[in-house]
Design a protein around this ligand. Structure first.
Ligand SMILES: Nc1ncnc2c1ncn2[C@@H]1O[C@H](COP(=O)(O)OP(=O)(O)O)[C@@H](O)[C@H]1O
Ligand SMILES: [Mg+2]
Length: 348
């Protein structure tokens, strides 16, 4: 059988460096006996270039312009070389992109137009998960606990806050903890809102949840879902912000990630069940990492609420990333995981 031609999209206009690291891991693990990967880097400027392999300085290597055609008859790429256009058929797209325009439904919209199957969430679930307030509203209506929150728009001059302090102020549609501030009193609210507005005109104020941060990797479609081991983020101080650190490969300044989480098996099972319910409620497809809090309950430590934090529809695949580590803890190594993601995209 012919090898499946998989276009791996990486880089992008936001979270570029993390995406390149993710794509390097995918390139190292994709089974080239079964698949023929074609690497398309998107520069920070938005330029699309076919290149040999993802690496930190991929743009200085041998690159040529190549874009995915929205025309279904092309079912692939339009590559430009020596001022000539050539079409290249592809069987599938694996978007290894994070954040704005990669994970928010933009690329998914292009891929829907193109008619080419692709790995991961569709337009609707990408859009909903990217906006934390929309994700909370949808999850809440499905009976999932979420932090109490309110929304600030860019026209709100006086910042109302009916929530008890501390609160978290954050951009509604961003990632990697950029623009997120813990606010302990009303005097700090304005500055925190300004910080968040640097990343998004829509800002959330939400109740701080006291507890443990936990995550669960989910894979699959419909009712055929597979979950990884639950992980746990232990913080010594501050907030989880590993992607802003200088050398996250060597560990974090304030966070330790433990897989499987150091929690009773029954609690981990409940977290996995909740993650599946969140994934289903938000209409996710292919994969997502569901981040939650296991809220402290001093009155009854055996009965702790599981509260949604956020859903990442294209989670990192770097060497230190949580999604592949949670999967690998169940025996699904990265080559197997890539196989399963491609299979689940073909089955949609
Ligand atoms: N409501 C909250 N209660 C407690 N900690 C929070 C809350 N919201 C955010 N945080 C902290 O800030 C980090 C980043 O916030 P998050 O909502 O996950 O944004 P991002 O999409 O940038 O990762 C979280 O991992 C957590 O450490
Ligand atoms: Mg987060």
């Amino acid at each position: 059988m012919d090898k499946l031609k998989i276009a791996v999209l990486f880089g992008g206009c936001s979270e570029h460096a993390v995406s390149v690291k993710s794509a390097i891991e995918v390139a190292n693990s994709i089974n080239t006996q079964k698949y023929e990967p074609i690497y398309i880097g998107i520069a920070k400027s938005g330029a699309w270039k076919m290149c040999e392999k993802p690496c930190a300085n991929w743009e200085s290597g041998d690159c040529r312009e190549a874009i995915i055609s929205p025309d279904r008859n092309t079912h692939g790429l339009i590559a430009i070389q020596d001022s000539e256009c050539k079409t290249v058929h592809i069987d599938m797209v694996f978007p290894v992109l994070h954040g704005k325009t990669g994970e928010d439904g933009s690329v998914q919209g292009l891929l829907e137009l193109s008619g080419i199957p692709y790995v991961g969430c569709d337009i609707q679930s990408s859009v909903i998960c990217m906006d934390k307030s929309l994700a909370y509203i949808v999850a809440k209506s499905a009976g999932i606990a979420t932090p109490e929150f309110s929304i600030l728009t860019d026209t709100d001059k006086v910042i109302p806050n009916s929530l008890e302090y501390p609160v978290f102020v954050k951009p509604a549609r961003s990632g990697s903890s950029f623009g997120v501030t813990k606010v302990c009193n009303a005097n700090e609210l304005n500055a925190a809102a300004e910080t968040a507005r640097q990343y998004d005109s829509k800002v959330l104020i939400e109740q701080a949840i006291v507890g443990t941060e936990v995550g669960c990797a989910v894979l699959g479609n419909g009712s055929d879902l597979f979950v990884g081991e639950v992980d746990q983020v232990s913080l010594t101080h501050g907030i989880f912000r590993i992607h802003q650190e200088a050398a996250p490969e060597k560990g974090s300044e304030n966070a330790t990630i433990t897989v499987p989480a150091n929690l009773p098996v029954q609690t981990r099972g409940q977290i996995q069940k909740t993650a599946k319910a969140i994934y289903t409620a938000l209409g996710c497809k292919g994969l997502a990492r569901v981040d939650m809090f296991l809220q402290e309950n001093p009155g009854n430590p055996g009965d702790r609420r599981i509260v949604l934090n956020e859903v990442n529809t294209l989670p990192g695949f770097t060497s230190y990333s949580r999604y592949p580590r949670m999967m690998s803890a169940t025996g699904i190594t990265l080559p197997k995981l890539i196989d399963r993601l491609i299979e689940s995209a073909l089955m949609r």
